[in-house]
Ligand binder design. Structure first.
Ligand code: F6R
Length: 259
């Protein structure tokens, strides 16, 4: 894992956006795996800026989002589909036919999940997957105890996740109990992963994911098994990393010498 620590969220988001933009520039028909939540907001803002001001072209890109709440329509204010439209898709030139977000209203949920996996395979697989991390160590909505080989499926959310996400709803009772989510196994098949972690409330989960044992109790720790993961954290999220000084030296050296 390459751990990149930046002084604050905004610097880290711009750094992450450059990495993603480089993928799109090298491979204009890249397949991007995208996340929702507070974490990637700065990254999406910067991608929108790059599109507007620098002509970053998304016309041939295909996207797959990690997850969506079950029972929530794509147009609903809390839906992840709407979040993506408002924060990214409506402001760049990706054709809507190339955008994929799980359908929270699918009648046949297992069939929909299988079709989602197939669509990822048919697109040639995900070139780079953006991830946040939950305060309980989840990635996508793979909650602790999720199989590290899991595929896209419905998953019941923990109370910790429901409380964390209650800020997007009027009341805690309104937060759905289930989500459709790519599995840990699905995520591990991406060619590259970019996990972002911001804020002190992620420090424990990030340390467990990067430096703890690989365990289904911290689904993000499965990324240790992936050959190409970059973790981009701000200082508060990195605060509990035992090897923080080492990661910082390694980054400084890479930037200086290219190695
Ligand atoms: C959202 C997702 C989740 C979030 C995580 C962190 O698509 O996959 O795993 O990344 O819950 O959420 P925030 O960024 O709101 O702290």
């Amino acid at each position: 894992m390459e751990v990149i620590i930046k002084k604050d969220q905004s610097t880290a988001s711009v750094y992450a956006a450059r990495l993603l933009a480089d993928v799109v520039k090298v491979k204009p028909h890249a397949v991007l795996g995208l996340a929702t939540g507070s974490t990637p907001l700065g990254l999406y803002r910067e991608l929108v800026r790059m599109h507007r001001e620098e002509g970053l072209d998304f016309s041939r890109v295909t996207t797959f989002n990690l997850d969506e709440y079950v029972g929530v329509a794509p147009t609903h204010p809390v839906s992840y589909h709407r979040f993506m439209n408002e924060n990214l898709f409506d402001h760049i030139n990706v054709p809507s036919s190339q955008v994929h977000v799980p359908d929270g209203l699918a009648e046949d949920l297992p069939g929909h999940c299988r079709a989602y996996e197939e669509a990822i395979r048919n697109a040639g697989g995900i070139d780079i997957q953006v991830l946040g991390i939950g305060s309980d160590g989840h990635i996508a909505f793979n909650e602790p105890s999720s199989s590290l080989g899991s595929r896209t499926r419905t998953k019941m959310l923990t109370e910790e996740t429901r409380k964390d996400n209650a800020r997007f709803f009027d009341r805690l009772e309104d937060v759905p109990h289930h989500a459709i989510t790519m599995g840990v196994g699905t995520i591990l098949e991406s060619a590259r992963c970019l996990m972002l972690a911001f804020g002190g409330n992620k420090a424990g989960a990030l340390a467990a994911a990067v430096e703890g044992p690989v365990t289904s109790m911290v689904p993000a720790s499965a990324l240790q098994l992936h050959p190409r993961v970059q973790v981009i954290a701000d200082e508060p999220a990195a605060a509990r990393l035992a090897l923080k000084a080492y990661y910082q030296q390694a980054l400084a050296r890479r930037e200086e010498t290219g190695r």
